[in-house]
Design a binder for this molecule. Structure first.
Ligand SMILES: Cc1cc2nc3c(=O)[nH]c(=O)nc-3n(C[C@H](O)[C@H](O)[C@H](O)COP(=O)(O)OP(=O)(O)OC[C@H]3O[C@@H](n4cnc5c(N)ncnc54)[C@H](O)[C@@H]3O)c2cc1C
Length: 501
């Protein structure tokens, strides 16, 4: 994957069938869907791929146990189907993971037990493991840190897990393989019109500053929480359709949670569920649901959110983590579909919605990572109608997502570790630049290797080494390197807030 080649193709193509704005799960999934049906497709992202919400999820491929409790069977069943497609299409990058829901009353044992049996039944033949009732002894065996006081037992069930940014990169790779053109650091800044109808976009290469007028039969707005911002460029009087909701995660070491099983806390103090999930040899705990007015690309965890997650974890375990134990904190914004009369984002629809503006601009928002493929299918079906294209069937149910190519090196320097506690090497950095369109130090440390999300101090301590490798590989000067380091260090502070330095 080479960004220059992608830019050249973008510049030299006179006419696109479909242009997709946004390089998160929804936009990239749509690019793969459209290209694999044979439509001439361009997808642009104004920052790095998955820089938005799609790198900040809980990393679960799930039907959503919580939505079952709300009686939203259709949503759960659909997501469970999608769970199985993603597990099948990316077996090397996804896995089934056992969850335990601990119960502290016999009534709850029955209540959650029946619920999770239904959850398993809804996945039908696509079940990835049977729901089981566990004794309190068995729960403690699997999760030694669980709070044992008045523990009656637990319910074991299965869901899927992945690395969100890794799957985004594999969507880029697979979409390009099927003929799509995909460019990061390229923003859509406005629209081109023909008789009042959207007939393309104006895009700006964020690195060179160059502008392009790109013509297309259909334009899809897949910009997550920024969908309204894009819609307002089309119609300044547009009324918001997205209600952003912030969720945060804290990451701690396995010394606070040694089990291989994830923990589902069914009812937190605000009535939500909280997940404790082993991930890349660390533990991710989250999340929250706080209404946000103005979306930003780098949301910051609020102090109350940190306390909320920490206190609920401490209540359900025998551990007592403090803010000094955080290795990383990351926040993301859910692009929830706005519904009138509902104030709390926790109650907003988790399904996706497709809107078509008077100008013909198509917008897709809502949904979740797990359902990105179905969202892509639905929006491309809508684009086919809008563009009067000859209908071609969606094939992504069985399209295998391509893994990162393994590149070997006989240079001993390439296998040097970036940090003594982590297996990431010099070659990983080079591959991120050569194979995965990484442009900045942050791209490498946050989304090609996930060190910023796993351990901020470790990421900071190897930042200089990584910047050196990048400077050399990209032929940049010292000023570039210092700028990269400075902006990465500023960003990293947000991922380790408050008490720590
Ligand atoms: C805390 C949290 C936990 C979650 N956990 C899970 C989970 O475990 N499982 C699950 O299934 N789902 C989960 N979700 C939901 C899931 O992460 C989101 O639904 C999904 O990532 C949204 O993807 P998207 O592509 O629509 O948006 P985004 O990933 O935000 O992508 C939109 C992109 O558009 C780009 N963009 C904006 N404006 C422009 C422009 N003018 N030009 C070009 N590009 C532009 C942005 O930079 C951004 O990268 C979670 C969400 C949150 C917030």
């Amino acid at each position: 994957m080479n960004r220059e080649e992608q830019i050249q193709t973008m510049a030299n193509t006179a006419f696109w069938d479909i242009i997709i704005i946004g390089g998160g799960a929804t936009g990239l999934g749509s690019a793969l869907d459209a290209a694999s049906r044979g439509y001439k497709t361009l997808c642009i992202e104004r920052f790095d791929f998955s820089k938005g919400t799609s790198s900040r999820s809980t990393k679960l491929i799930h039907g959503g146990v919580r939505y079952l409790e709300q009686g939203n069977i259709k949503l759960v069943r659909g997501a469970l189907l999608e769970r199985s497609f993603l597990l099948n299409n990316a077996p090397e990058m996804t896995k089934a993971i056992p969850f335990i829901l601990p119960v502290y009353s016999w009534f709850k044992f029955l209540y959650y037990g029946i619920g999770l049996k239904i959850y398993d039944l809804l996945s039908g033949k696509l079940s990835i493991g049977k729901t089981q009732f566990l004794s309190s002894k068995e729960v403690i065996k699997h999760i030694p840190e669980v709070n044992p006081q008045r523990l009656k037992g637990g319910i074991l069930y299965f869901d899927g897990q992945f690395d969100d940014s890794e799957i985004c990169m594999s969507l880029v790779r697979t979409a390009i393989h099927y003929g799509a053109t995909v460019v990061n650091y390229c923003a859509s800044t406005g629209f081109i019109y023909d008789n009042g109808k959207v007939a393309g976009i104006i895009s700006k290469d964020q690195l060179s500053g160059k502008e392009f007028r790109l013509k297309a039969k259909v334009v899809i707005n897949a910009t997550g929480v920024f969908a309204d911002e894009v819609l307002r460029k089309d119609n300044p009087k547009h009324k918001n359709v997205v209600s952003p909701s912030q969720g945060i995660h804290i990451v701690v070491s396995k010394s606070f949670y040694s089990g291989q099983h994830a923990l589902l806390i069914p009812k937190t103090s605000d009535g939500r569920v909280l997940f404790v999930v082993p991930w890349h040899d660390k533990v991710v705990i989250g999340t929250t649901d706080s209404k946000i007015k103005d979306p930003v690309i780098e949301p910051v965890a609020a102090s109350e959110e940190l306390d909320f997650v920490m206190n609920n974890f401490n209540q359900y375990t025998s551990k007592n983590i403090t803010k000094n134990d955080f290795l990383s904190v990351f926040a993301g914004l859910r692009p929830l579909v706005k519904m009138s009369n509902i104030q709390s984002t926790a109650n907003l629809m988790r399904d996706h919605a497709i809107f078509c503006s008077d100008s013909g601009l198509i917008t897709i928002t809502g949904g979740k990572w797990t359902t990105y493929r179905k969202m892509a299918k639905d929006v491309v079906n809508r684009a086919i109608i809008q563009g009067c294209f000859p209908f071609k069937k969606c094939i992504t149910r069985t399209v295998r997502l391509m893994q990162k190519p393994v590149i070997l090196s006989n240079n001993v320097d390439d296998i040097k570790l970036l940090h003594p506690d982590y297996s990431f090497t010099v070659l990983d950095v080079k591959n991120a630049l050569r194979q995965e369109m990484a442009i900045t130090l942050e791209d490498v440390l946050a989304r090609r290797i996930r060190l910023l999300f796993l351990d901020v101090k470790a990421a900071l301590s190897c930042a200089e080494i990584v910047a050196d490798i990048m400077q050399h590989e990209l032929g940049k000067d010292k000023v570039w390197k210092e700028e990269q380091l400075q902006s990465f260090r500023t960003l990293a502070k947000q991922y380790l807030p408050e008490t720590q330095s």
